[in-house]
Design a protein around this ligand. Structure first.
Ligand code: TYD
Length: 136
């Protein structure tokens, strides 16, 4: 099964332009408790490099693009987020890295929980160790 779970957001376009509406349990498959966005990322900078023990997120580049790498400890896959109508669902216990941000990139992220630093796994070896004797 692919790690890359893309969500196609319907675009409510008319001759004035486009509009995307994101709602809990509609195009976003969870209760949205937090929204944040990453922008102004400096050239050559990569972000992420963590997993969450219990957090689901959907990410979408509303402007520009970046390359999302997902890793479940067995497989590593990447995909370009390059459309305001293309979201990616990131499940819990998935390592993520974001690379190759365009200068104009605004990466919007929706999450099903409030910010909790204790939920983060920021060490890759530690992430892999979570699976030892605890196959998901
Ligand atoms: P960080 O987790 O390093 O961003 P990323 O891994 O996605 O590149 O977050 C940067 C800082 O922002 C860090 O000090 C934690 C803080 N932060 C919040 O306070 N709330 C949030 O919802 C997020 C995502 C980060």
């Amino acid at each position: 099964m692919s790690l890359i779970n893309l969500i196609d957001f319907p675009s409510l376009g008319d001759d004035r332009g486009s509009l995307v509406a994101l709602e809990s349990h509609q195009s976003i498959p969870f209760d949205i408790k937090r929204v944040y966005y990453i922008f102004g990322t400096q050239k050559g900078v990569s972000r992420g490099f963590h997993a969450h023990q219990q957090l689901k997120q959907v990410a979408v580049c509303v402007t520009g693009r970046c390359r999302m790498v997902l890793d479940n400890g067995k497989q590593r896959e990447d995909v370009w987020l390059d459309s305001a109508t293309k979201g990616i669902l990131i499940e819990d216990m998935v390592w993520r890295e974001m690379h190759d941000f365009s200068e104009d990139c605004v990466l919007l992220v929706l999450a099903n929980e409030h910010y909790n630093e204790l939920d983060y796994i920021r060490d890759y070896d530690c992430f892999l160790n979570y699976f030892v004797g605890n196959e998901k």
